[in-house]
Design a protein around this ligand. Structure first.
Ligand code: MG
Length: 391
């Protein structure tokens, strides 16, 4: 697009967004849940725009799972979440934090962190490097809380520029990869049932392993599907030699990659396994942020980048490019999230080898529509920012 047209489009978008208030829909669905009324009965609270510059608000929003979800270390039926809005001159960007328990963040910790974030000191939302360096310096950890701010800012900046992030990053949305759909650990019969439930919708599945009964479970899934399988052990195997035996066996079962076979701190074990493994070994729990990529590079074949670990889209993009430079494969993954954070992660996906972006499909109370899955492939849209429409 020529610069003049680009500016005109951006200007028109900003104007139209300012002139036509977005459809009133619930932001604070928690109230609806408490009252027992439909969420649609509660209009979204108007955004508290500031004359000075950027403004932000946030609200806890528990994510209700459609099924009990079991991995090697725990089971759960809901995931705590916090939704964030960042606004500037009539435009609002949406973000969220999702806090699966094993990562150590809670609604209280996220709310406490967000309460310290003062975006009114910034007058240009496009200054992402500066703003996010400030947010990061507020305190260590709090990666999901930081991601919520980062995602909302990216949505806002994309809306200001009138372009989706895949385009701003120079990617081709048609190159978005297949996404896996995750089958959690259950009884073999239940795992068969869950596999049959999604038949025809996905072209690759991810099966959680890492507990006794792995072989029986994989055999059960294999009885009902011939799709390629990824497996994720979530650190569940403790011994590299045992893991190598499993990997050889899994290859015979049509498994195409293995995620986080060993404990996250066992970098030597991962390196030993990666050197001998007939399947790609993808590090997930072992790698959170940019600094971790170089440390893990010799101990795996690829990394799983997730926004809730990486502190958001900006650092995720840096991680992806560093991983590529180091010859690593890249998977883009997610936690249990609404279509807000999943669509944010999906913006990176045309540059990734694998995607595991099914978190929004696992929840019963999604508030957004964004990236879609068609015939197992991620489908990005042309709407600006994260490409979200609110439900
Ligand atoms: Mg994983």
């Amino acid at each position: 697009m020529k610069r003049r047209n680009f500016l005109r489009t951006a200007g028109l978008l900003a104007l139209s967004a300012a002139a036509v208030p977005e459809k009133a829909i619930p932001f604070f669905q928690k109230d609806a849940a408490l009252s027992g009324k439909s969420a649609a009965a509660f209009p979204e609270k108007p955004f508290p725009f500031s004359r000075k510059g950027l403004a932000m608000d946030f609200e806890p929003y528990p994510l209700e799972l459609k099924h009990v979800f079991t991995v090697a270390s725990y089971s759960r039926t809901a995931t705590p979440g916090v939704q964030v809005r960042v606004g500037y001159e009539g435009l609002v960007g949406y973000g969220e934090a999702s806090m699966p328990p094993y990562l150590g963040e809670t609604v209280d910790s996220v709310v406490a962190f967000l309460s310290k974030v003062d975006l009114s000191r910034f007058s240009d939302p496009c200054a992402l490097e500066e703003i996010l360096a400030y947010v990061d310096a507020i305190g260590p950890g709090n990666n999901a809380a930081k991601a919520a701010v980062d995602i909302a800012l990216h949505d806002l900046v994309g809306k200001l520029l009138g372009a989706p992030w895949w385009k701003i990053w120079g990617l081709d949305k048609k190159r978005a990869p297949l996404t896996t759909y995750t089958i959690g650990i259950d009884t073999p019969e239940q795992m068969k049932l869950k596999t049959r439930e999604v038949e025809g919708r996905f072209r690759m599945l991810k099966v959680k392993v890492g507990l006794p009964g792995d072989r029986e479970n994989i055999r059960a899934v294999r009885q009902v599907t011939s799709l390629p399988l990824a497996v994720d052990a979530n650190q569940g195997w403790k011994d590299p030699a045992f893991a190598l035996d499993m990997v050889h066996w899994l290859k015979e079962q049509g498994v195409v990659l293995v995620e986080q076979p060993l404990p996250k701190e066992d970098i030597d074990g991962m390196a030993w396994l990666a050197e001998r493994s007939p399947l790609p070994i993808i590090a997930d729990e072992s790698v959170k942020r940019l600094d971790d990529v170089r440390r893990i590079a010799g101990a795996c074949h690829g990394i799983n980048i997730k926004l809730m670990k990486s502190t958001g889209m900006r650092e995720a993009w840096k991680m992806l490019n560093l991983a590529r430079a180091l010859g690593l494969k890249v998977m883009v993954g997610c936690m249990t999230e609404t279509s807000c954070a999943v669509s944010a992660a999906a913006q990176l996906s045309p540059a990734a080898d694998y995607a595991d972006l099914d978190g929004n499909l696992l929840i019963a109370n999604d508030r957004f529509r964004g990236v879609l899955v068609e015939d197992g492939r991620l489908v990005l849209n042309d709407r600006p920012g994260l490409g979200l429409t609110r439900l």
